[in-house]
Design a binder for this molecule. Structure first.
Ligand code: SF4
Ligand code: FES
Length: 363
């Protein structure tokens, strides 16, 4: 039986201010075709988005990119968001920040900073991010974040080429006095799909990482929370991507398009409306792209008759398209998908094929 679900306002809005970024992480989740600076929207546009989000009932705004600190108006946007009662979070590589810039953001009301780390050792991290001395810079900025009284989350994306450093990455997050560490195995969208063979961990390494996270979670209980995103190619059940399509989150892309998830533009045939052209409220509650995979009515078998369809909503639509070639298919990482075994075999093959070099990209 399908539950009748009332659409709630979104909890959080991801404001992707720019696609520009000084780093070139091989697992970047941004689209393959990045938007250039002349496609970015101006300050007045984003102030309007913040007003509409607050009126819609959004609680948190994540300023993201690309690298959001490349925007000269970031402090102004943070100030406006906090004045409208939104909890402001910055998702950053941190390499362009310094004490004065960070202080200005703190004074504007920034509550939380998430800094990405590409490894625990400078040599590993700088190679992966393709940015010289970036690791040392991140450590300096992370220390300033807590000194200025803001909450710190360390984001650690893990994969075959840095998984051995996971215990040291956890130690680093503790030493930086982070409130939270997010350990996320690479999700294979965007540029990550292109580098999949160089990133896919071996199953044994993944299982060892699992055990490390579990043990350190227990040890650090009450001191630092550890969130963990497993590598779903090795999973039996898919993750509830985005908390369900059009249920909790929305993204606004640098050019103003409103998306149900960061990778949604890989899905052909969806018409994405622009904030400013139509009220954000109308786009959320009735926009065609949000309605397309909201709830369960769109599902095929085996999802359509599955007891878990209101729990995981059939997994990730973007992954279903990338792996099954059908956006309405069951996410192939689900063990009930007819493609599950071939996806798992492909992951295991790639994990031992010995590909080491990354394909980096430039805007
Ligand atoms: Fe989820 Fe569909 Fe798999 Fe059931 S069949 S567990 S609803 S992905
Ligand atoms: Fe788009 Fe999962 S990333 S639905």
């Amino acid at each position: 039986m399908t539950m009748v679900r009332k659409i709630q306002p979104p909890l959080a809005l991801m404001a992707e201010l720019t696609h520009r970024c000084p780093l070139q992480c091989p697992y970047c989740s941004n689209p393959l075709e990045l938007l250039k600076v002349d496609r970015e929207r101006d300050t007045a546009f984003w102030l309007g988005v913040i007003d509409e989000a607050a009126e819609l009932g959004v609680l948190q705004i994540h300023f993201s990119g690309g690298e959001p600190t490349l925007r000269q108006d970031l402090a102004r946007l943070i100030e406006h968001a906090t004045s409208r009662g939104l909890y402001a979070n910055l998702i950053t590589s941190a390499v362009l920040l310094d004490g004065a810039k960070l202080q200005a953001l703190a004074q504007a009301g920034l509550a939380h900073v998430q800094i990405s780390f590409q490894g625990a050792e400078a040599e590993t991290a700088d190679r992966i991010g393709h940015y010289k001395n970036g690791h040392a810079k991140k450590i300096d900025v992370a220390r300033l974040v807590t000194k200025l009284g803001m909450s710190l989350t360390v984001n650690a994306v893990v994969h075959r080429q840095n998984l051995a450093e996971l215990p040291a990455m956890i130690d680093l997050a503790v030493a930086l006095d982070a409130d939270r560490l997010e350990v996320a195995h690479v999700q294979y969208h965007g540029w990550a799909l292109r580098n999949r063979a160089a990133l896919m961990p071996e199953r044994a390494a993944f299982e060892a990482a699992d055990a490390v996270v579990e043990a350190r979670r227990r040890e650090l209980l009450g001191r630092m929370a550890i969130d963990y995103v497993v590598p779903d190619y090795y999973a039996r059940a898919p993750k509830t991507c985005m908390g369900g399509w059009g249920q909790k989150f929305l993204n606004v892309a640098p050019d103003g398009r409103v998306l149900p998830c960061h990778a949604a533009e890989t899905i052909p045939g969806l018409a994405f409306e622009r904030a400013g052209d139509r009220p954000l409220r109308d786009i959320w509650f009735g926009g065609a792209a949000f309605e397309a995979f909201r709830g369960t009515a769109w599902m095929q078998e085996p999802c359509a008759s599955c007891a878990l369809k209101d729990v995981d909503f059939g997994g990730c639509r973007c992954q279903a398209l990338a792996l099954a070639g059908d956006v309405a298919a069951t996410d192939p990482v689900c063990h009930l998908s007819p493609l599950h075994d071939s996806v798992l075999a492909m992951a295991e093959r790639e994990s031992v094929a010995g590909v080491k070099e990354f394909v980096y990209r430039r805007l």
